[in-house]
Design a protein around this ligand. Structure first.
Ligand code: GLC
Ligand code: CA
Length: 548
């Protein structure tokens, strides 16, 4: 397999708004990230992904961009960005940024012009249609529980928005728009960024004719992302983007791609097709829907690994700013919080693919339970709550439904210490802290050699030292208990074996089957010497005799 720095990378995702507030206004910022670089260096990660830092009215926390060339004033200035970039590079950390080009903000100058008249030269930067019999052009519903079309006064036509109505979709059919995007991408690369995380990149091409979604009731709006993901034309756009921009630079790309099968995933990442380096597929986060099903998880890994083969490449992630905290939904955030957090980390660092760590995951941060809807900030959560209420559901039932799934679970601020506001901010944080910051925080983790933090550090170090963990062939090892996941990664004559017990029971594990020469490299229990069993959520990584 060909080597590449982005295959060897461990990426750390920063949600700047919630990372560290340097000036006490309650909002995390770029000087805050700069201040915490030594912490990230200590952890050992090699790439930072910054969620959007561009100017934005913040209807969707920065995913509604009104100026692609400037930094959101709350986060700092372009100077602050450059300072952070240079400081990161100085200590060997690369920085990738979010590229959000499926839509802009409705306050973007392009959209202000576009909506002004049917003949404006930016009209075709967006997707406009006449209504149908006094209604929207079709019955699509957005990701945020609203009809996907909005009518404007100026021309009476409707524009398409797959997300909030303040996020009009760009018209990728228009070559002039595409040129603008490529120019912008080159501008950021020339500034020194090391690549892009591409927001919902497989939604750029819309289906011909924008057909109605199948529905039983003609008056319903239907959420049907499969209708507009991976549409004809998408690969042409990505190949063009590669020719026009990426091809000239050594940058990394990771596409966010909902509704993607392994076969389609290979089309996006096949090295010979020259589109993207890797993608985030959604099979784990959607397929497991909050309940860890090890059989399904193993099956997802197997299908993707086999299909991508040596031609494509994958990411490994369980958390990001859109999903709940992994230890709360897949692990056990009570009695076995630390053990299960470490087990999940073992999987994403030793399975094939580039691992992505979301801020706070390395502390085993958990979901939050805010008392009232007014404590929630996320547009998706708030709109969904309103929809449930409008359907007649009680407040308490609606709250019960949204709490475990709200994107705000991941967006409560980073917990630095046990002082006021967890050391995140000296002011009033833009969203409340998870009250457990007094127990779970960086300061505490750094003072405990057995903390989740140091386990992540050890895993990252192993990945750097042992090429088999990055490039090795994957093979599942069958053991008798199906609550165990055991697999091997082999390269030349080095074999790395991972074994985890995904349960709250102590179970029999025939470790003698793994051969006599194996040596334990890492375990999430202090005393792993017991032979023949795995304790609750125990995770082990072994190497054979030929390893380091
Ligand atoms: C992606 C982002 C999410 C955002 C949406 C619209 O899914 O990760 O946070 O709301 O795109 O830009
Ligand atoms: Ca601030």
């Amino acid at each position: 397999m060909e080597k590449a720095w982005w295959k060897e990378a461990v990426v750390y995702q920063i949600y700047p708004r919630s990372f560290y507030d340097s000036n006490g206004d309650g909002i995390g910022d770029l000087p805050g990230v700069l201040e915490k670089l030594p912490y990230l260096k200590e952890l050992g990660i090699t790439v930072i992904w910054l969620n959007p830092v561009y100017v934005s009215p913040n209807k969707d926390n920065g995913y509604d961009i009104s100026d692609y060339y400037s930094i959101m004033p709350e986060f700092g200035s372009l100077k602050d960005f450059e300072k952070l970039l240079n400081a990161a590079h100085d200590i060997g950390i690369r920085v990738i940024i979010d590229l959000v080009v499926n839509h802009t903000s409705d306050k973007h100058p392009w959209f202000l012009e576009s909506k002004s008249s049917k003949t404006n030269d930016k009209r075709n930067f967006y997707i406009w249609r006449d209504g149908k019999e006094g209604k929207e052009p079709n019955n699509w519903e957005t990701w945020f529980s609203q009809p996907a079309w909005h009518q404007t006064e100026e021309t009476d036509q409707y524009y398409l928005h797959l997300f909030a109505k303040e996020q009009p979709d760009l018209n990728w059919k228009n070559p002039e728009l595409r040129r603008e995007i490529y120019t912008m991408m080159r501008w950021w690369i020339e500034k020194g960024v090391d690549g892009f995380r591409m927001d919902v990149i497989n939604l750029l091409a819309k289906p011909e004719g924008l057909p109605e979604a199948p529905s039983e009731n003609a008056s319903d709006y239907v959420f049907a992302p499969d209708l507009y993901a991976n549409q004809p034309g998408i690969h042409d756009y990505l190949q063009e983007m590669n020719r026009e921009v990426l091809h000239d630079y050594d940058v990394m790309t990771v596409g966010e791609t909902p509704e993607v099968t392994p076969e389609e995933g290979l089309n996006y990442t096949d090295k010979d097709r020259k589109e993207l380096n890797m993608i985030f597929h959604f099979e784990v986060v959607q397929g497991l829907k909050g309940k860890f099903n090890l059989k399904l998880f193993k099956d997802i890994q197997k299908r993707w690994i086999e299909t991508l083969g040596n031609r494509g490449w994958n990411s490994q992630y369980l958390s990001n700013h859109d999903v709940p905290r992994q230890v709360s939904i897949y692990g056990n955030d009570g009695q076995y919080r630390e053990e299960s957090a470490k087990l999940l980390a073992t999987l994403i660092h030793t399975l094939p693919g580039t691992p992505f760590v979301y801020q706070g995951e390395e502390l085993g941060m958990t979901n939050v339970k805010f008392p009232s809807i007014s404590d929630y900030r996320d547009v998706m959560t708030v709109n969904y709550y309103k929809k449930l209420r409008s359907q007649g559901m009680s407040d308490s039932k609606a709250m019960q439904l949204i709490r475990p799934w709200s994107r705000d679970n991941a967006r409560t601020p980073m917990q630095w210490d046990d002082s006021k506001n967890g050391g995140f901010s000296s002011g009033q944080p833009w969203i409340d802290m998870n009250p457990n910051y007094t127990e779970i925080n960086v300061q505490k983790a750094l003072s405990d050699r057995n903390s989740v933090f140091y386990y992540y550090q050890a895993l990252i170090k192993l990945r750097k030292e042992i090429p088999a963990i990055v490039y090795g062939c994957y093979k599942e090892i069958s053991v008798s208990n199906e609550l165990i996941y055991c697999y091997q990664r082999s390269l030349d004559d080095v074999e790395i074996i991972t074994a985890v017990n995904f349960s709250e029971k102590t179970i029999i594990f025939e470790d003698n089957l793994l051969g006599e020469k194996k040596k334990l490299l890492l375990c999430n229990y202090k005393d792993p010497k017991q032979k023949g069993i795995l304790k609750p959520y125990e995770a082990r990584v072994y190497v054979n005799n030929n390893g380091p």
